[in-house]
Ligand binder design. Structure first.
Ligand code: F3S
Length: 410
């Protein structure tokens, strides 16, 4: 791999042992991928941020870099932690589990990473521009940065992301290159007036159809709220391994269908109509109609707009006392929800905010829920194993209805 003079010096230890170790990792990984060189990145987003994702090995990586007195050389945000960092005791977090999270938190602090603890860093001060090269890990953030913001990042792996944050570089391969960003699969949406639930179901369908290929979507308008793309991308990254999609007229590098595919012949479209919508929603539901124990929303982390929609639905309502209604988001959003009066409305109805974490990366399985409901495609995909419960997927209106009556009717 070709290195600049500065990079050769970094590899020889000119910027300290932590940077030297990072360069050794980057060069080794770059050679595996046949990357011709390293490319400077504007920011990093780290997924070694909770015990469920990184285990003991991940904590040791963070602590090793902290011990070597490494610091992030570029703005570096962190994914959700494994517990609410303030209310962990109240929420029943076991002490030994909490201690592992504190070790991660301490290392994050020493490394100068930004402790936003969210999977939506692009809504929390880390906003890339079109064409920026990044080193991000969280799959829902990667797909949003590539497809909506027009930045360029691979789905980095835990450990490599830390090295990228310290050295400020990543191997130049995969989605950093123009030729690897062209469409490979065409999806034709036949449904008019797509709701958020439809977008998320489309995302899940897209992941199943495309796998790790790059889908191009035709037939959805330009005027949808941001949250529709956030939820759709997260679902497709979970059900498949999609890291980039093109929506003609929205994705910056896809102003036309021709440009989305480049030199590749445009393939036969895969339809997404009412039949596919129904079949996909059925696949996303593993619960059986009947009582639910909890409704969990905020995967990816709920935005202020979503909290506002929820507050309208829950205003003057009462959630069944048998059902937990948990809203996951980052700290700043809870503060805004409080200032806007939404928090009070939601809590009066029986809802509860949980900060810094989410239902998948925290210890939700310890609550022993048999069936949960969610409005998230990513949660629907991972919760059967991570929460160890049957999952009902539906719109936020359906989630609220089920929470009030205490059951999901299918
Ligand atoms: Fe975010 Fe957790 Fe979902 S990290 S995308 S809320 S699985």
């Amino acid at each position: 791999m070709k290195l600049t003079t500065e990079e050769k010096e970094m590899l020889a230890g000119s910027q300290g042992p932590g940077c030297q170790l990072s360069m050794e990792i980057l060069v080794e990984v770059g050679e595996i991928f046949n990357a011709p060189y390293l490319i400077p990145v504007r920011s990093a987003h780290i997924v070694i941020s909770n015990y469920k994702n990184c285990f003991e090995a991940g904590i040791e990586i963070l602590e090793k870099f902290a011990f070597l007195q490494s610091k992030a050389s570029i703005p570096t945000t962190v994914d959700p932690a494994g517990m609410d960092l303030e209310r962990w005791k109240e929420l029943g977090t076991p002490q030994d589990y909490a201690e592992k999270e504190w070790r991660i938190g301490l290392a994050v602090k020493k490394l100068d990473f930004i402790p936003c603890w969210t999977c939506t860093p692009y809504l929390c001060g880390q906003v890339p521009k079109v064409g920026d090269h990044l080193a991000w890990t969280e799959s829902s953030a990667v797909i949003f940065a590539n497809s909506i913001l027009g930045a360029r990042t691979n789905r980095e792996t835990g450990g490599l992301d830390v090295a990228c944050a310290i050295a400020g570089r990543t191997p130049y391969h995969g989605l950093h290159l123009d030729e690897n960003r062209k469409g490979q699969v065409l999806i034709d949406v036949e449904i008019e007036n797509m709701t958020r639930e439809h977008f998320i179901t489309l995302g899940y369908f897209m992941g199943l159809q495309a796998g790790t290929k790059i889908p191009v979507i035709e037939g959805i308008g330009r005027n949808s709220p941001l949250e529709n793309y956030i939820g759709m991308g997260a679902a497709s990254a979970a059900s498949g391994g999609v890291a980039l999609y093109h929506i003609v007229g929205i994705t910056p590098e896809a102003p036309s269908l021709k440009m989305a595919f480049g030199q590749t012949p445009i393939p036969k479209p895969i339809p997404f109509g009412v039949k596919e919508l129904k079949e996909t929603k059925t696949k996303m539901c593993t619960a059986i109609p009947g009582a639910i124990d909890a409704v969990m929303v905020g995967c990816p982390h709920y935005t202020v707009a979503e909290i506002s929609e929820l507050a309208k639905l829950l205003n003057m309502q009462k959630i069944s006392p048998r059902v937990k209604f948990w809203i996951y988001t980052y700290k700043n959003n809870i503060l805004l929800a409080q200032r806007l009066g939404y928090k009070e409305i939601i809590e009066k109805a029986g809802g509860e905010f949980i900060a810094d974490t989410c239902m998948i990366v925290s210890h939700t399985e310890l609550y022993g829920f048999k069936q949960i409901m969610t409005d998230s495609g990513k949660c629907a995909h991972y919760a059967p194993t991570e929460v160890q419960a049957g999952v009902a997927f539906g719109s936020i209106e359906e989630c609220v209805k089920a929470a009030i009556i205490g059951e999901w009717r299918g």
